[in-house]
Design a protein around this ligand. Sequence first.
Ligand code: AMP
Length: 444
Amino acid sequence: MSTRPPDKETSGPPYQSVKGMRDLIGEDWFRMQGFFEKASEIALYYGFTPIEVPMLEDEQVFIRTIGETSEVVSKELYSLQTKGGSKLAIRPEFTAGIVRAYIEHGMQTLPQPVMLMTYGPLFRHDKPQRGRYRELYQFGMEILGSDRSINDVTIIRVVSDILNEVGLTNHFYKINSLGDKDCRMNHKKALIAYYKRFQKDLSPRSRELLKTNPLRILDSKEPSDVALKEEAPASMSYLSGPSKQHFKEVLECLEALNIAYEVDPALVRGLDYYNRTVFEYFIPNQETDESADNDKPQREPIALGGGGRYDYLAKILGAKRDVPAVGVGMGVDRITEGSGYKFVCPRVQKKARGYFIQLGAEAKMRSLTVIEVLRTAKFPIAHSLSKDSLGAQLGRAEELGIPYAIILGQKEVMENSVIVRNMQTRSQDSVKLEKLTEYVKKLK
Ligand code: AMP
């Protein structure tokens, strides 16, 4: 690390957070934490158990699974070499690490399927803009060890429940099936034949993809590629009997559950490891686009997340047998920034019921003992221990609209008591410290 001091000539603080990464402070932290807690609670009720995987993995865990030609690996992977020479990468997604853990810990021997959930930061060297960060947050769920369509539907249903609980009831899904290995191969051949005919009209990146990963051309947002996509062969036309049946079951179940979806034949997702069901979900973008032509002022819907099946991934990471599995990632930045998002209160955020006030040096010294009594009594408080004057402290309590003041003065220190004052009626009681828990529990 460089020890050179930062350039003093530039304005602003000498060190700032790295481009595309941000500090989560106050309300922003609570907003995100509240979502994680709500999503975890819902997933737990559905039978998911938590897992935490390391931020760093052998880079091959990502490269071999997500695919060398994917944007996530080719452009966005943060990789590093340790002093010992190991080549590691910072996780850009959860699935590959979780499958590595599933194999490493012999989870195949547990009753199947294994349902896991996790959340936290991911890192992608993406182009930062509104709603797109280099340190992004996701909530992920995976069901490993079963190929049954009910698992695909479970994942979609839980996502839907989570979004409904946080107010995003207007979300909708786009869904497609890529089929199994053979279907994918036949589809790929058809895509190559089709795009070869229009090679000169393709964007330079898609021309490259035609050689390396033709499926990905369907992902392109370049206008020339988008126009060609309309007539491109659809994966659904190449589904084998069992894959067709699987997809039919998924769609029937979604209909029975009243989950809004649209089949999008061009949906392939950006990562290599998917097969059969793939899906993404969105909310409408409420903002209008001033620069767009007047007929179409609405912006593109906001992508909140996506997922799908990855039945062949485990073998790539060394499993002896295929481990059929399905999973999802929820883009927490976009969800919590989405219009209509309803703030869910995290467990750690307690609204203060009392304002603790101390007067005099001895009271200040005793303060933390009284606060600990209040904490164990589950009576959340606010305070300003660094202030001395009664007026300033009472003023703050009034400002915050806190219903009770807990006052500790010289006399109370001697008597081992506190004064509990009702800020509205101004009535007050002297309460012995050993009776304080009992007393605050009775307060309305
Ligand atoms: P993916 O893992 O690429 O399928 O992305 C799933 C979801 O994560 C997306 O729909 C976004 O909501 C979110 N997401 C992906 N990349 C970023 C990013 N760079 N910044 C913020 N959110 C992201």
